[in-house]
Design a protein. Structure first.
Length: 377
């Protein structure tokens, strides 16, 4: 069977491995163009494109969209070019960000981006709207890095960090949503350099969940996982359908995020007492055992009612809810980063039996652990 000739115009590694895997399974031959140069005279069966700043690429994509060859886009940029797209659900990301930061006790908010683009405008609008629904009445600033950096200093690390210095004077506790993990790093460094306590005074939430970036900081960064794997697979399926049918489409398919990968930067706007810090450390260290709230109370010589008051007053939660959250987040980490069996993970996280872990996942994310793990592979 003759292979379908498919052009990829992108340099985003987050998509490439998934598309290459799909191509191997569906008899595609890929041509990769990632150097900003549009291919003259290329002829094939279809294309998947990610919009760049290259004018030659934009002209090529615009012309391509007017031919009979099907093409699928992977970003919201240039909505004037009428092609079908598989794109991040920016509105859902904004709601997730608002809910997450608010639930962690932050009551003042700011939105940070590298530049002012259409997807950022959508995100900011929904972010503000959802915070209003949660009862937040304050003005919510939008800080754009590109608008605060001095001309000619765009590649200066210190300059990028200082671009967000206005957060120093904003009211606390302050929840900051950044539309990329690189911006989140700049914001985090700015907060630390100015003596602001993260996460007690300021919570920093990134977007894209780049593990190398998020986990390689003095304070690890929480981030929204936009489910790039599902986005890339959806784009491939859309293109395959058009190449088979010969009919072009112009629909946008929005891909929902997997949620927030919680790390230290949004642990909560609470100055925890020494007793609570010791209890949380004990919970984390004993996550594999089936410890109970009563056993924790005995361990620290407090009554169960006092333990509940401590968690309510300092973390706005209950000891059991926090214990479940620790177990669930640890299980997600093991599923994402290891090949351990479900039996092993259930035992290692205090769920004891796989059915308990399965029920927890279905209740929280609507998927079984095996289904959730496949989203990351």
């Amino acid at each position: 069977m003759k292979k379908k000739q498919v052009l990829l115009m992108m340099n985003a590694r987050k998509f490439l491995s998934v598309i290459v895997q799909y191509a191997a399974q569906h008899n595609w031959r890929l041509t990769l163009m990632n150097d900003g140069i549009a291919p003259r005279g290329w002829k094939g069966d279809g294309a998947i494109v990610s919009f760049s700043r290259s004018e030659s690429q934009m002209r090529f994509i615009s012309r391509f969209a007017q031919t009979s060859t099907p093409v699928v886009g992977l970003s919201y940029a240039r909505p004037d070019i009428e092609i079908p797209r598989a794109i991040v659900d920016y509105s859902q990301n904004a709601r997730i960000a608002a809910e997450h930061l608010y639930s962690k006790g932050y009551r003042h908010f700011v939105f940070c981006t590298s530049e002012r683009i259409k997807s950022a405008e959508i995100s900011y609008k929904v972010f503000v709207e959802h915070l209003r629904m949660l009862g937040v009445a304050d003005d919510i600033p939008w800080i754009v890095r590109a608008e605060t950096i001095r001309k000619g200093r765009e590649d200066d690390w210190d300059e990028n960090m200082r671009a967000f210095k206005s957060i120093v004077k904003l009211p606390k506790p302050l929840g900051i949503w950044c539309m990329s993990d690189s911006v989140a790093v700049n914001v985090l460094d700015c907060a630390i350099a100015n003596g602001i306590s993260v996460p007690a005074e300021v919570g920093v939430l990134g977007t894209n969940d780049n593990i190398i970036v998020c986990e390689n900081q003095d304070i690890t960064i929480s981030s929204i996982n936009p489910n790039f794997r599902n986005l890339a697979v959806t784009a491939c399926e859309m293109l395959d359908k058009m190449m088979e049918s010969g009919e072009k489409e112009n629909a946008f398919t929005y891909i929902p995020a997997l949620g927030v990968s919680e790390r230290e930067s949004t642990a909560g706007a609470y100055e925890k007492s020494p007793l609570l810090k010791d209890i949380l450390r004990f919970m984390s260290d004993n996550i594999s055992s089936s410890i109970t709230v009563e056993e924790i109370a005995v361990k620290f010589s407090v009554s169960v009612s006092k333990l509940h008051r401590l968690f309510r007053d300092e973390m706005n939660t209950t000891p059991l809810a926090e214990l479940r959250s620790l177990r669930f987040n640890k299980a997600k980490s093991l599923l994402r980063t290891t090949d351990f069996t479900l039996d092993f993970i259930a035992n290692a996280t205090g769920f004891l039996h796989p059915p308990h872990l399965v029920n927890a996942f279905r209740s929280s994310v609507g998927l079984t652990p095996a289904e959730w793990r496949r989203l990351w592979k």
